[in-house]
Design a protein around this ligand. Structure first.
Ligand SMILES: [Fe+2]
Ligand SMILES: [Fe+2]
Length: 251
């Protein structure tokens, strides 16, 4: 089974770019299923229902989130019925800890976890949370989106859970790393990167961020407006022998 997993989608304008190109990308990589990280779609933080529906119209089977899961509070009204997985180590009654996705006769379990290094949010231990989930999950394939800042925390999680899950893909930094590897049949990349404006700082407006650094005044961020886009992610080829292929396209 070949799964396209796209890194953090920043802003809703890039959804149109994906709409125009998704069939071509699917054909190029012989994709069966699409997963995305959707935490930054709605004005850079969170995911409103309108944009969730646009993702579904694109054919996205599952959406993982991150530290911005609840940045748009309306998600609380629809997350329980949506094909969205929220970080399992975030203590909340809203949303799913595991998203089960059916593809033909196979079941995929999608898990989302938040790293704790540099995080201000009170979180359960992602390692112990994953131990608990592994006792509960019944699926043919397990994929984890580890949403974290620190490379070391992501790598430690990878070596700890290699052989126990099929893929561990990093998200949150918005910069794709070139360290994809397979160990004990578990696919890994430290960060998948982002889908958003090419001329941007992590998807956000360049001048706004420069002003932040120069003045020390934290104006609200705004999503960058550019006519060129970067589409970043990975293809997970899961089956007898798991493989990971990096996807990085300028459109
Ligand atoms: Fe994030
Ligand atoms: Fe993000």
């Amino acid at each position: 089974m070949r799964i396209l997993y796209l890194g953090d989608i920043v802003g809703d304008k890039v959804l149109n770019v994906l709409k125009a190109n998704i069939e071509r990308i699917k054909a190029e990589y012989k994709i069966n299923l699409i997963l995305v990280n959707g935490e930054n779609i709605s004005s850079g933080k969170g995911l409103i229902e309108k944009h969730y529906k646009e993702l579904k119209a694109l054919g996205v089977a599952g959406i993982s989130m991150g530290n911005h899961t609840f940045s748009k509070s309306e998600i609380k009204d629809y997350i329980n019925d949506a094909t969205i997985v929220r970080p399992a180590n975030l203590n909340t009654e809203y949303g799913k800890e595991v998203l089960y996705i059916k593809y033909n006769d196979k079941t995929i379990a999608l898990v989302n976890l938040l790293g704790r290094v540099y995080s201000n949010t009170p979180l359960d231990c992602p390692f112990k949370t994953m131990d608990r989930l592994l006792n509960e999950i019944k699926a043919d394939y397990i994929i984890v989106d580890f949403h974290a800042d620190a490379t070391s925390e992501k790598k430690a999680f990878f070596y700890d859970f290699a052989g126990k899950v099929d893929a561990i893909v990093g998200s949150h930094t918005h910069c794709q790393t070139s360290d994809e590897q397979v160990y004990n049949n578990t696919c890994y990349i430290t960060d998948m990167g982002m889908c958003g404006a090419y001329n941007s700082i992590l998807g956000d407006d360049v001048n706004q961020i420069i002003t932040r650094f120069r003045t020390g005044v934290y104006e609200p961020l705004k999503v960058a407006n550019d006519n060129e886009y970067i589409i970043s992610g990975v293809v997970l080829d899961l089956g007898h022998k798991n493989q990971i292929i990096r996807v990085l396209k300028k459109l």
